[in-house]
Design a protein. Structure first.
Length: 178
């Protein structure tokens, strides 16, 4: 088997407010540009007559997420607006880091890491010469759990969707007559 480098484009995030886990599927955050998950350990050194002895304990685990803001006429709130609302309400969140390698071939089984936690910061940057960028920080409870999951048809469509659909070269509407 050949070694294949994992592309950052194939690792995406899904979110859901924990209180809605029985009624809502997790939603893909659109236009993700980057995310990182950082896990830390705390170490404490004790000097003994025989040398240093270290003890290790769990430290903070966090995620930093960057995406672009967008408008979507098909939903009441876009996913990013929902996430901002959850930040404002201090809502417990669920986050999945999903490897979508192979999904373009129709596979719906994915490798995922599941996290729970809270958004600790939300920033919206509005430059005059670029796109509106959103930055989030997420404090993770515990270490996360690795597993496999199955994408719903709507999630599969969100993963496979493009920014726009193919349009035929011929006019699709009758001309407007004055």
């Amino acid at each position: 088997m050949a070694v294949q480098v994992l592309s950052g484009r194939d690792v995406i995030l899904f979110f859901r407010e924990r209180a809605l886990h029985a009624t809502e599927d997790a939603a893909k955050l659109r236009f993700q540009t980057e995310h990182s998950i950082s896990k830390e350990k705390e170490s404490e050194s004790t000097l003994t007559k025989d040398g240093i002895v270290n003890s290790i304990s769990d430290g903070e685990n966090t995620a930093d997420i960057t995406s672009l803001a967008y408008r979507d006429d098909t939903q009441t709130l876009t996913t990013w607006e929902t996430l901002e609302d959850c930040f404002d309400r201090n809502a417990l969140m669920e986050m999945w880091q999903v490897d979508i390698t192979g999904v373009d071939t129709g596979a719906t089984q994915v490798k995922a890491t599941y996290f729970q936690g809270y958004f600790t910061s939300f920033e919206q940057s509005n430059p005059a010469d670029g796109n509106v960028e959103l930055s989030y920080s997420f404090a993770i409870n515990g270490k996360g759990v690795k597993g496999t999951d199955t994408l719903t048809p709507a999630q599969l469509e969100a993963v496979q969707s493009l920014m726009y659909e193919y349009e035929k070269m011929a006019a699709t509407a009758a001309p407007v007559t004055p």
